[in-house]
Design a protein around this ligand. Structure first.
Ligand SMILES: [Zn+2]
Length: 49
């Protein structure tokens, strides 16, 4: 079990990797498992979170 939630269909704004982002609800941030850094995410509507 993990507290992290992978975010399908989202692309890392830093490295551009698709489906590499996971949400950490404890720290309330999104991290990328590719570049290993907290990253902004872009939803389908195109607005940053
Ligand atoms: Zn990344």
């Amino acid at each position: 079990m993990t507290l992290a939630h992978f975010l399908d269909g989202l692309r890392c704004a830093c490295c551009g990797q698709l489906n590499a982002l996971w949400l950490d609800p404890v720290r309330a941030l999104v991290e990328c498992r590719e570049c290993g850094q907290a990253a902004l995410i872009v939803l389908d509507e195109g607005r940053p979170v």
